[in-house]
Design a protein around this ligand. Structure first.
Ligand code: ARG
Length: 615
């Protein structure tokens, strides 16, 4: 939630240049409604308009007549001419400013007093012309840009990245891109698990198995631990089997925390090996992260504990653990364990303070699986209680659901192991390569064998991402290659093909008709919205800024997926119903194709999906 939301007047100024429709329509209806109630703002409801769920009825609806009627009745200020909400609706319509009819038309009253209207072609056209000329889709206006921290991906050193980290990585990258697109500065933070007791056993195991490591002054070559999961498993096995090993492992933890040179060297080496593996995945997925792992906060923890202590918020639990109880939670945050060590809670509180006070983040977003929701609620609650939050700061946790196999159980390999991320990505690409080769064999492809791998990577990774992003992150889903690679469903594959089809229409226009879209743009040609499917496409396109605004608020990238899918459906409807090439409307229609391509590409960029020019 936003901390300390400020009170603002509900009266919205009329600004027809606003790329968001909702405030434009709100202003239009507010102005008329205010005249009906003789300027008494208090008699107007907070929300004036909403999208019509069924486009057949119209684009927008103002549902204020009913609450206004009730409020007027209560205030005792009811004009004699008004007997029902319907009369209020009619009065609003009668008071509409005539110049506003450039924006809305087909105004009618439905049901008990809903005012339904549609957006005029000329309004949609004027906005379309403007953004075609600038080449970029309009952004929602934001009051100010600020510092954000997005904590995502965040795998653990010496452990394999699994499908849960994939979700965090994919969602986090999209969230960062949306925030950056509107101008915010984002710290793309990889809070890797690079500290903690497990390093005692890992260091000990490495010392035993690779005695030569760490001896050279410069730390020597990186050990060849290609499969870190196996390394981790073996270390754990030694730890569980041998009491002696366990003991030495524990002394290593103490040594590491107190800065022992050799332990630090080995620790760093293990981190480097993991880091290299993680980076390979990030490179494949076009993900950018700055590593600031748990170890970074280690020396910042004592001051945090002291601060809570001085505020009288620390309770010493049995065994001596230092705990902070947060209102509304039965279990406490543990700032220090009974053995004096620091844990996950300690680190996250130090991280929170650092992000709020040193980075001066206005918005902090952590993306993990849903099971950590309570943990972050407590951290945020404690930050509030200690007084770290200032007005306007907002803290979020996106808790995503579980990825399941097609059997409906937790996603596992046939042998029951967790699925390695790299294998999963390889498989998506391999399947895409097979299907592209089939297209080449069938003579349907516009690419050669030499391009297959690159295109398969773009589509394969795009498909994996879109399959995740297109739903509410809080839901669980079944991982299905068949579904995500389906050329007909709501998939990245379908969308990428749809965009390529438009691309080939434009290419044909140039080759067969000598009409170049870029030239049309330079010459200031404008799209005309005559046919209903043209107008409908323009309307779908227009919703971009709205969709972005919604995404900025709830941080769910699925709004963008819905948008790009709806645009693509409207575009396919348009090219089915309207001939583009060789007709008198060719220029106008090519511009619509071009606008759609720009919009789709922009969405792919925001979702982290590479676009392809030919398939
Ligand atoms: N390393 C953790 C995991 O794999 C995620 C860390 C999320 N970020 C944080 N600040 N706790 O589950």
């Amino acid at each position: 939630q936003w901390h300390d939301a400020s009170n603002v007047s509900k009266i919205v100024p009329y600004n027809p240049d606003n790329p968001l429709l909702n405030p434009v329509l709100t202003a239009i209806f507010q102005q008329a409604a205010l005249k009906v109630v003789n300027g008494d703002e208090d008699l107007l409801p907070d929300a004036m308009v909403k999208n019509c769920s069924n486009a057949k009825h119209g684009d927008y609806q103002c549902q204020s007549a009913m609450p206004m009627f009730a409020a007027m009745k209560k205030s005792g200020n009811m004009p004699a001419t008004i007997k029902s909400p319907k009369d209020v609706a009619q009065a609003i319509i009668d008071h509409l400013d005539p110049t506003h009819l450039a924006v809305i038309e087909n105004i009618s009253i439905q049901g008990p007093g809903f005012i339904v209207c549609s957006i005029t072609k000329s309004y949609l056209q004027s906005h379309l012309i403007k953004w075609l000329a600038s080449g970029v889709l309009p952004k929602p206006p934001i009051p100010q840009t600020f510092e954000c921290v997005v904590d995502f991906s965040s795998p653990n050193i010496a452990k394999e990245m699994h499908v849960g980290h994939l979700r965090s990585t994919i969602i986090g990258e999209a969230v960062c891109r949306v925030l950056e697109f509107v101008g915010h500065h984002v710290h793309r933070t990889n809070h890797v698990g690079d500290w903690g007791t497990q390093f005692g056993m890992l260091i000990q195991y490495l010392k035993e198995e690779y005695p030569e490591v760490g001896q050279e002054a410069d730390g020597g070559e990186l050990p060849n631990i290609t499969d870190l999961t196996v390394f981790y498993k073996n270390a754990k096995q030694r730890f569980d089997e041998s009491a002696e090993f366990k003991k030495t492992a524990q002394t290593n933890v103490v040594a590491l925390q107190s800065g022992d040179k050799e332990c630090l060297k080995i620790w760093k080496m293990l981190c480097d090996v993991s880091r290299k593996e993680f980076q390979k995945v990030y490179n494949r997925l076009d993900v950018t992260l700055e590593e600031k792992g748990e170890s970074f906060y280690n020396d910042k923890i004592p001051a945090v504990i002291q601060e809570f202590d001085q505020a009288g918020l620390v309770k010493i639990e049995e065994g001596g653990a230092k705990c902070v109880f947060v209102t509304g939670h039965s279990i406490p945050l543990m700032l220090q364990k009974s053995d004096g060590g620091y844990g996950y809670d300690s680190t996250d509180m130090a991280a929170l303070k650092y992000r709020l006070q040193t980075l001066k983040a206005q918005r902090i977003i952590v993306i993990t699986d849903f099971s950590q929701g309570g943990h972050f609620e407590m951290c945020y609650g404690a930050a509030d209680e200690i007084g770290w939050l200032t007005s306007g700061q907002r803290l979020d946790h996106i808790g995503f659901g579980t990825v399941m196999g097609e059997d409906g159980k937790r996603f596992k390999t046939r042998s029951g192991d967790t699925v390695r991320l790299v294998d999963l990505l390889d498989e998506a690409v391999k399947r895409m390569e097979d299907s592209l080769r089939q297209r080449i064999t069938d003579g349907k492809a516009n690419i050669t064998e030499a391009e297959v791998h690159e295109v398969a990577e773009a589509i394969g990774y795009g498909a994996v991402k879109y399959f995740d992003l297109r739903r509410n992150p809080t839901t669980n889903y079944k991982f299905s290659y068949d579904q995500m690679l389906d050329t007909k469903g709501n998939t990245a594959v379908y969308l990428l093909y749809a965009r390529v089809r438009l691309e080939s229409i434009c290419a044909k226009a140039k080759a067969d008709h000598g009409v170049d879209v870029e030239e049309l743009l330079k010459a200031g040609e404008v799209p005309v919205l005559e046919h209903p499917s043209e107008r409908n496409l323009a309307k779908e396109l227009h919703l971009f800024a709205e969709v972005l605004e919604t995404t900025l608020d709830d941080l769910f990238p699925y709004h963008i997926c819905e948008y790009v899918y709806n645009v693509s459906i409207a575009a396919s409807d348009f090219v089915t119903q309207c001939k583009v090439l060789g007709v008198p409307e060719m220029k106008s229609r090519l511009l619509l194709c071009h606008a759609t391509m720009v919009a789709m590409r922009q969405c792919f960029d925001l979702l982290g999906i590479r676009h392809v020019k030919r398939i």
